[in-house]
Write a protein that binds this ligand. Structure first.
Ligand code: MN
Length: 260
């Protein structure tokens, strides 16, 4: 049986992780290692400045007082130390993780960590709307993993998929690229009861509706599957930033003066 490490950023008590773990338990040995409370928008944060505590919540079920990335590390290097998981599954997140937002997402960052550890990883996020259910997403996660498990000898170790599921009736599936957000983000400034200012980051995400993007797929009622990778290098920039490169390499770094 393949071993599947399941985590999320909404916390171990969220409905999304419960349904994901149940769906995947039909296909493999599922181990849940998840934050003990919500850790949404924690990105790829790793806790290094304090010890972490892990609590056994049940059979193959553990909570951690840390981030999703902490959970993947503890899952791989402690809970499953004897034999690493074959896959990491993250989610099902309460809310979409599209386009530029994947860099904030704890759900997606857990899969970054899985990939960095050489484990094929998939993130699942659910659109939230009136009357939505996690069940279609859980059913899709099971079918996706059925295929991954069948193909697992052939899968690249850096396989990383970001899956978003629309709330309404599902009208299909598209392989997509990340969309671009036109963010109307703002900071709201108010005054607390003690007369001190406080700030709240606020924004209603708006997206460029461009064909082929994850956003366009989801607004069209289709499941979006985006293959991601962790090399953030802007390769065209190695050439197109040539003038900048030449000026930077021309800066006198005092290398001669450093010679003894
Ligand atoms: Mn979340």
């Amino acid at each position: 049986m393949p071993r599947i490490l399941v985590t999320n950023d909404d916390g171990i008590f969220s409905e999304g992780i419960k349904l994901l773990a149940e769906a995947l338990a039909e296909l493999g040995d599922v181990f849940v290692v998840a934050p003990d409370r919500e850790q949404s928008a924690m990105g790829h944060a790793l806790t290094l400045g304090r010890p972490l505590r892990m609590q056994k919540m049940g059979e193959r079920r553990f909570s951690v007082d840390g981030t999703p990335t902490d959970c993947v590390n503890l899952g791989v290097h402690s809970v499953l130390l004897d034999s690493p998981p074959d896959f990491v599954a993250s989610g099902i997140n309460y809310g979409l993780n599209l386009g530029d937002d994947v860099t904030y997402s704890g759900t997606v960052s857990a899969t970054f960590e899985g990939t960095l550890l050489g484990i094929p990883s998939v993130a699942f996020s659910q659109e939230v709307a009136e009357g939505f259910s996690f069940r279609p997403a859980a059913a899709f996660a099971r079918e996706l993993f059925r295929i991954l498990i069948a193909e697992r000898e052939k899968l690249p170790k850096d396989l990383l998929l970001n899956v978003n599921i629309p709330a309404g009736p599902i009208r299909g599936l598209s392989f997509t690229r990340l969309g671009r957000r036109v963010y109307k983000q703002s900071v709201i400034e108010k005054v607390d009861p003690r007369g001190r200012k406080y700030y709240w980051i606020h924004g209603v995400p708006q997206w460029e509706t461009v064909a082929g993007t994850d956003f366009e797929a989801v607004v069209s009622g289709r499941i979006s599957v985006t293959p991601l990778h962790l090399d953030l290098t802007y390769y065209p920039g190695l050439e197109s930033f040539g003038d900048l490169r030449d000026r930077l390499t021309g800066i006198d770094l005092g290398i001669d003066a450093q010679r003894p």
